[in-house]
Design a protein around this ligand. Structure first.
Ligand code: ATP
Ligand code: MG
Length: 348
């Protein structure tokens, strides 16, 4: 069965890291006889320069038809002054909401070879392997009404709405329970049920779902405590599930526990398992064009894509093993460089 992959390099270091990830993808395609075909498209600043919109119709159409999307990164100082609707980031948000990519997976894994890169003590982080699942198309980032209004008193008030329907909570909950079943069978749901009604409902639905997944141990944690526990004792977590805003913050926090932003992949999926895969880091304009960016986060995103959207676990494992071997050999891009290792370029 032939499947189509859409490659969206984007801006900054996007094209450099994508170039290397594409080589890996083409290699597994041939070696494992995957029958994948590839298309390329523009998104973000690259699309703005070309057609004055961060998400051209053509890209959206290719994205809708693709089985999976691999994205580099978007944005950069060149487009900073533009109005909100024309920011490169709108290209990303548009893809997420148009394709209904409601489930965002962000693993925080500490590679033993890179243990010294973490800012935490080795015993606190060694062996760290957490999966954060963030709801991506609802919650306070999308709730209506929103805006800045004039009050009777004459002063302005900014406001947003934090809302989740039962359906939205249930579908992200199922994804989280199923993921926990395939991992360490421990799920921690993060909310603020002592203050926010929407998360009281969130907690209720998670408890309901738990009855369908008796093999998974479910716990609940308030978000402020979760933020603290993540730096105090991160290894207590296996899978974390939470809403859009809490997940945004906690997943960045968890990523930094590993000390290596250039190493972390992510996946965003819809109910049809169609997904968009991208590194957790941004477009890194400060190092763009220098050939020093770490391509491993993007290459590991290829592995996630093979596993989650294409059901090609063996090819995914081959990539992950290869990344481990590269690290074992002491080869390091600048961001993960340490004493006694060999510094290599993006391409090397
Ligand atoms: P965004 O808003 O798009 O998330 P950001 O401003 O948060 O972007 P990044 O673009 O992720 O930040 O860059 C943060 C820092 O990490 C920069 O100094 C950048 O050079 C570095 N960095 C990011 N990605 C990589 C990479 N793949 N390899 C090496 N360094 C990287
Ligand atoms: Mg960022």
């Amino acid at each position: 069965m032939s499947r189509t992959i859409l490659l969206l390099p984007g801006d900054g270091i996007g094209p450099e890291i994508m170039g290397e990830a594409e080589k890996v993808l083409r290699w597994v395609n041939e070696s494992f006889k995957l029958d994948l075909s590839f298309q390329h498209g523009l998104v973000g600043g690259a699309a703005l320069d070309d057609s004055d919109t961060p998400l051209p119709d053509e890209t959206l159409e290719l994205a809708t038809k693709a089985d999976a999307i691999l994205l580099g990164a978007v944005g950069g100082p060149k487009w900073d002054g533009l109005p909100m609707a024309k920011r490169p980031e709108k290209g990303l948000l548009g893809l997420r909401s148009k394709l209904e990519l409601f489930a965002n997976f962000r693993p925080a894994i500490l590679y033993p070879q890179l243990a010294s890169a973490s800012s935490l003590k080795p015993e606190v982080v060694s062996g760290l392997d957490i999966m954060i699942i963030r709801e991506l198309t609802g919650g306070i980032y999308f709730g209506q009404p929103r805006g800045v209004r004039q009050l009777e008193s004459g002063e302005r008030q900014g406001y947003n709405t934090y809302a989740y329907t039962e359906t939205e909570i249930r579908r992200i909950g199922r994804v989280a329970f199923e993921t926990a079943q395939q991992r360490g069978k421990k799920l921690c749901s993060v909310d603020k049920a002592n203050v926010l009604e929407v998360t009281v409902l969130w907690r209720e639905i998670m408890n309901e779902l738990k009855l369908e997944y008796p093999d998974v141990e479910l716990s609940h944690m308030y978000v402020d405590n979760a933020a603290m526990q993540l730096v105090r004792a991160p290894k207590q977590f296996d899978v974390i599930v939470t809403g859009n805003m809490f997940g945004d913050i906690l997943s960045d926090e968890a990523a930094m526990l590993t000390g290596s932003i250039g190493m972390l992949p992510s996946a965003s999926m819809n109910s049809a398992k169609q997904g968009m895969y991208e590194p957790c880091h941004g477009s890194a304009p400060d190092i763009a064009g220098k050939g020093i960016a770490n391509p491993l986060a993007t290459i590991l995103s290829v592995a996630m894509m093979l596993r989650y959207s294409l059901d090609e676990g063996a090819a995914a494992a081959a990539i992950e093993t290869a990344v481990g071997k590269v690290l074992d050999q002491g080869l390091r891009t600048a961001d993960i460089m340490s004493e006694g290792c060999t510094r290599v370029s993006t391409r090397e």
